[in-house]
Structures are given as structure tokens and as C-alpha cells.
Design a protein around this ligand. Structure first.
Ligand code: DX5
Ligand code: ZN
Length: 216
């Protein structure tokens, strides 16, 4: 299966959201990546339920929701009701990660776990077979438009090894600073899903940019 592309709506023009969503619908993208930030877990606030509801109304592709919030368990059911297909919580925000993952699955969604750049892959070794997707942060979460952290390549390889060793089906997603300059190497290292925000929505031709990433 070719790499999945998930444009991050955070970088979209919010005054023209319907148009931006339509562009993604008509493109080669696979998912919508939705960043929810609470101003506590990360030093930024993005948007919440009403905006997600509006996105869901027009989106014709699965919603990949990335929660950068504390106590994510409190909102798992709400995000399921808002149409999330994949729900990703942060390793660093969960005291009982196994419980959070089970709750996400019980609500009918795929369960994702995101790792901040400083969090070792090895922390997931006892849980990897339960996780549908690991989101490796290739920037510090909180903002779009940051530079890719090169150490991510090593982490992708290490995660791929762990997934193989445990015979798991976990997808590897890369989030932050993804461009056509690192996409090919990320895929070669084992990435399955590439999130791209500013690179796509800031491009003069976003659909062509998505296609470029898809064919990287
Ligand atoms: C960062 C978010 C990312 C972000 C990616 O905290 O999780 O999804 O929107 O944006 P770019 O591709 O611009 O780095
Ligand atoms: Zn994200």
C-alpha cells in the first residue's frame, strides 16, 4: 500500500474552510489530520468541537484526530460522536495509556498514540500490539510550520523494528515539518502516513503538492 497523506487542517484558511475541505476531498489525500490543542498540554489553542463538527459535515475522507490535550479520556466519547475515525492521544498525557487505548477502541475508533520528540520508542514495547497507529512527532507539538527534527529518521527505523519484532500491524505516522525533501527518506525508513500542514496549504497548488507527497 502506498503512503497515506493526511493534510493538517491547522494550516488551512479558516475563513474559507469549506473550500479547503473540498480541495482535500478532490485531492489524492487519504485522511484529514485534525489538531486539537488545549493551551495546557501544548502552549497553543487551536479549535474545538464546533469546528470539528463543521469539518465533519463536508469531509469525505476519514478524520484523523490528534489530541494535544491533558486528560484526553474525558473526551474520547465526544470525539467518537463527532465522527473521528482515528483518535490519537499523547503518551505524555496519559497515566493509564492501556485504558485510554481500550476506551478509544470500545468507542469504535482506531487508537493512536503520539510520542513527543524526547520520548523513547522503547516506552511502547509492552503495548505496541494494542496500538493501531503511532504518531511520531517530528517537531515539538503546538504549532504548524516548524522545522523537521532529523533524529526522527532513526526513530522511524527503531519503531518499524519493534512493530516487526512483535508481529504488530501498527501504522507509523509522521507529524511536523514534512515536505518533499524528507518524505522519500521517511517512507524508506518505514513511515505509513505523512501529515503535512503548511507544506500543503501554503503551496500555490495544494493538490499538486499532495500528489507530489503521495508519489514520494
Ligand atoms: C503540530 C501539529 C501538526 C502540524 C503540522 O503540533 O500536530 O499536525 O499541524 O504542521 P506542519 O506540517 O506545518 O509542520
Ligand atoms: Zn498533528
Amino acid at each position: 500500500m502506498s503512503v497515506r497523506i493526511a493534510p493538517s487542517v491547522l494550516a488551512a484558511d479558516f475563513a474559507n474552510l469549506e473550500k479547503e475541505i473540498k480541495m482535500v476531498n478532490e485531492s489524492d489525500a487519504d485522511w484529514f489530520h485534525i489538531d486539537i490543542m488545549d493551551g495546557v498540554f501544548v502552549p497553543n489553542i487551536s479549535f474545538g468541537m464546533p469546528v470539528l463538527k463543521a469539518i465533519h459535515k463536508h469531509a469525505k475522507k476519514p478524520l484523523d484526530v490528534h489530541l494535544m490535550i491533558v486528560e484526553p479520556d474525558r473526551y474520547i466519547e465526544a470525539f467518537a460522536n463527532l465522527g473521528s475515525a482515528v483518535l490519537t492521544v499523547h503518551y505524555e498525557a496519559c497515566d493509564h495509556l492501556h485504558r485510554s487505548i481500550q476506551k478509544i477502541k470500545d468507542c469504535g475508533m482506531k487508537a493512536g498514540v503520539a510520542l513527543n520528540p524526547h520520548t523513547p520508542i522503547n516506552n511502547l514495547k509492552d503495548l505496541i500490539h494494542d496500538i493501531d497507529l503511532v504518531c511520531l512527532m517530528s517537531v515539538n507539538p503546538g504549532f504548524g510550520g516548524q522545522s523537521f527534527i532529523d533524529h526522527t529518521f532513526e526513530k522511524v527505523k527503531e519503531l518499524k523494528e519493534l512493530i516487526k519484532a512483535r508481529n504488530a500491524n501498527t501504522l507509523i505516522e509522521i507529524d511536523g515539518g514534512v515536505t518533499n525533501h524528507n518524505a522519500t527518506e521517511l517512507i524508506a525508513c518505514g513511515a505509513d502516513v505523512l501529515v503535512a500542514g503548511s507544506y500543503v496549504f501554503g503551496a500555490s497548488d495544494p493538490k499538486a503538492t499532495i500528489k507530489l507527497l503521495k508519489e514520494a
